[in-house]
Design a protein around this ligand. Structure first.
Ligand code: NAD
Length: 498
C-alpha cells in the first residue's frame, strides 16, 4: 500500500481556504441566502472545502445573465473570436494542469495518473472545439420542384444551456459541457456535482482570466435535487446537457418535457468486455484490468462484465486475480498509488450491497470483496479490487451498474452466445472485444448494441469520436462533430427570386 503523500501545490492550498463563491455574470458572489455545504476528501473523510449552496434565486441571476449575454452580443460574436477565447482558456488550463489535477485528486480521489490524464484531455478538448467554432456550416439545397428558388440551411445556437455534471473526472466533464456550446455561440449555466465542485470553480477563474464577456459562462453550485431540478424546469433555459446516472436522466427528461427543452443525456452503463481465445492475451488481460480498475471502477463505460472464451477462461482468470492482488491502493496524491478511494461512504455501502447480492446468488469471490485491512487506509473510502465468478445476466450485480472496482467474469462457448449475453442489458454505452480474427471483429462490431465498440483496446476515446449512449445509456452524442451540432438548431431558408 502506498502512503507517501505528495506536497500540495500552494495555489491549491490557497484555493481551498475560505468559502467558495459562485461565478455569476462575470462576478464571484455568495449564495443569496448564504447557505453553505462541505466538500469531503474521500481519502480522509475530512472537510476539504466549504462552498456556497445556491438555489432558485441564484439560478435566476445566472440565467438572466446568460440570456443577456446571448442576446446582447455573444450569439453574433465572430466565430474566430470565440475560437480565440477558447484557445486562450485551453492555454490557461495547460498552465494550471498540476493545480487542476491535485484539486480533482483531493476532491474525488482519482490518482495523479488518472486525474492528470483527464485534466490533459480537458486541454485537448477545449482546443478541439475552439477549432470547430469556425467550421460550422449549412447546406445549399436543390428543390425537387425546380424553379428560381434559393434554398439553404444554416446552423444557429440554441440559446442558454443548463449543464449538469457528474462527480467522476469533474474537470474534464466540465470542459465537455462548456467548450462545445460556447464554440457554437450559446451561453452556459453549469452546475457541477455538489460532491466535486472545486475544479469547475477553479476553471471559472481561468474563464474570467481568458476574458470571456460576463454571463457567457456562469457557475452555480448546490445539490442536485433542488438546484438541479430548478435548472431542468427553468422556463428560460433552452437546452439541458447532462452527465450522470440513468435514474436522474429519466427525471431530467420528465422535467424538461414541460417546456420541450432540447436534451443531451450521457448516462450510466454496464459494459461488456469480451476476450476470444485467439486474442493476444498479453494485451487483453491488462486491458480488462484497466477497463474495470481505472478510476476505481467509477467510469460510465467501465468494462464491468468480462466474457472469456472457455478454452482460455482459467488462464485469464488466474492472471486477472494475480494483477488485481498486486494493485497498490493509496492516497491519490502518492505517485505510486494505482487506485484511490471511492467517492463517498455511500458509494462503499452501494458496492458492499452488490457484493452481498452476488454472494446470495451463489457467486465465488475470487479476490477482494471487502475493504483493505491496511491501517493507513481505514480513514478513506477504500475498497479492494474485486473479481467475482459464478453469476449470469439474471443476477442484479451483473445487470446493474455498481460503479466500483467489481468485475464479474463469465465463460462463453460461441460467438452467438456471447453476442446475446453481452446485449442482455438495459444499457448500451460501450463494449470491448479482444480478438485477432478479422471476421470475428466485424461480426462483433455489427452485433453489439452499444454506442462505442473498442477492439483490442479499452477506453479508445478521442475528441473526434462521438460518445453515444444506446438504449438507457443516453440520448444524443457528446464529442466529435455530433457533439457540437447538438448545441445548434438547423434553420431552413427558401428565397423566391421569381
Ligand atoms: P447523479 O445522477 O447522481 O448526479 C449527476 C448530477 O446530477 C449532479 O450534478 C447532481 O447534483 C445532479 N442531480 C441529482 N439529482 C438531480 C435532479 N433531480 N435534477 C437535476 N439534477 C440532479 O450521478 P453521479 O453519481 O454524479 O455520477 C455517476 C453517474 O454518472 C454514473 O451512473 C455514470 O455512469 C454516469 N456518467 C456517465 C457518463 C457518460 O458519458 N455517459 C460520464 C460520466 C458519468
Amino acid at each position: 500500500m502506498a502512503n507517501t503523500t505528495l506536497e500540495i501545490n500552494p495555489i491549491v492550498q490557497a484555493f481551498l481556504s475560505g468559502t467558495k463563491e459562485m461565478f455569476l455574470n462575470g462576478k464571484w458572489v455568495p449564495a443569496i441566502k448564504g447557505k453553505v455545504y462541505e466538500s469531503i476528501n474521500p481519502t480522509t473523510n475530512e472537510i476539504l472545502a466549504k462552498i456556497y449552496e445556491g438555489d432558485e434565486e441564484d439560478l435566476d441571476v445566472a440565467v438572466k445573465a446568460a440570456r443577456r449575454a446571448f442576446e446582447g452580443s455573444w450569439k453574433n460574436t465572430a466565430p474566430r473570436e470565440r475560437a480565440r477565447l477558447l484557445n486562450k482558456l485551453a492555454d490557461l488550463l495547460e498552465e494550471n494542469l498540476e493545480v487542476i489535477t491535485q484539486l480533482d485528486a483531493l476532491d474525488y480521489g482519482g490518482t495523479l495518473a488518472v486525474a492528470g490524464g483527464f485534466a490533459e484531455n480537458a486541454v485537448h478538448h477545449v482546443r478541439y472545439y475552439a477549432g470547430w467554432a469556425t467550421k460550422l456550416y449549412g447546406n445549399t439545397l436543390e428543390l425537387t420542384s425546380g424553379g428560381n428558388i434559393h434554398a439553404f440551411t444554416k446552423r444557429e445556437p440554441l440559446g442558454v444551456c443548463g449543464q449538469i455534471t457528474s462527480w467522476n473526472f469533474p474537470a474534464l466533464v466540465a470542459c465537455w459541457k462548456i467548450a462545445a456550446p460556447i464554440a457554437a455561440g450559446n451561453t452556459v449555466v453549469i452546475k457541477p456535482s455538489q460532491q466535486t465542485s472545486l475544479s469547475t470553480l477553479y476553471i471559472g477563474k481561468l474563464i474570467e482570466e481568458a476574458g470571456f464577456p460576463p454571463g457567457v459562462v456562469n457557475i452555480v453550485t448546490g445539490a442536485g435535487g433542488k438546484l438541479g431540478e430548478a435548472i431542468t424546469s427553468h422556463p428560460d433555459i433552452d437546452k439541458i446537457g447532462f452527465t450522470g446516472s440513468t435514474s436522474v436522466g429519466r427525471r431530467i427528461m420528465e422535467k424538461a418535457s414541460k417546456s420541450l427543452k432540447k436534451i443531451t443525456l450521457e448516462l450510466g452503463g454496464k459494459s461488456p468486455n469480451i476476450i476470444f481465445a485467439d486474442a493476444d492475451l498479453n494485451k487483453a488481460i491488462p486491458g480488462a484490468i484497466k477497463a474495470i480498475l481505472m478510476n476505481t471502477g467509477q467510469v460510465c463505460a467501465a468494462g464491468s462484465r468480462l466474457y472469456i472464451e472457455r478454452s482460455v477462461y482459467d488462464t485469464v482468470k488466474e492472471k486477472l486475480v494475480e494483477i488485481a492482488e498486486s494493485f497498490v491502493l493509496g492516497d491519490p496524491l502518492d505517485p505510486n498509488a494505482q487506485m484511490g478511494p471511492l467517492i463517498s461512504k455511500n458509494q462503499i455501502t452501494t458496492v458492499e450491497k452488490y457484493v452481498e447480492l452476488a454472494k446470495k446468488d451463489g457467486a465465488t469471490i475470487l479476490t477482494g470483496g471487502k475493504r483493505p485491512d491496511s491501517p493507513d487506509l481505514q480513514q478513506g473510502n477504500f475498497y479492494l479490487p474485486t473479481i467475482i465468478e459464478g453469476l449470469d445476466e439474471k443476477c442484479q450485480s451483473v445487470y446493474e451498474e455498481i460503479f466500483g472496482p467489481v468485475l464479474c467474469i463469465m465463460p462463453f462457448d460461441s460467438i452467438e452466445e456471447v453476442v446475446e449475453r453481452a446485449n442482455a442489458t438495459e444499457y448500451g454505452l460501450a463494449s470491448g472485444v479482444w480478438t485477432t480474427n478479422i471476421e470475428t471483429t466485424h461480426k462483433m462490431v455489427d452485433s453489439l448494441n452499444a454506442g462505442s465498440v473498442w477492439v483490442n483496446e479499452y477506453y479508445l476515446t478521442d475528441d473526434n469520436i462521438p460518445l453515444t449512449g444506446f438504449k438507457q445509456s443516453g440520448i444524443g452524442s457528446e464529442l466529435g462533430l455530433a457533439g457540437i451540432e447538438a448545441y445548434t438548431k438547423v434553420k431552413s431558408v427558401a428565397i423566391n427570386h421569381g
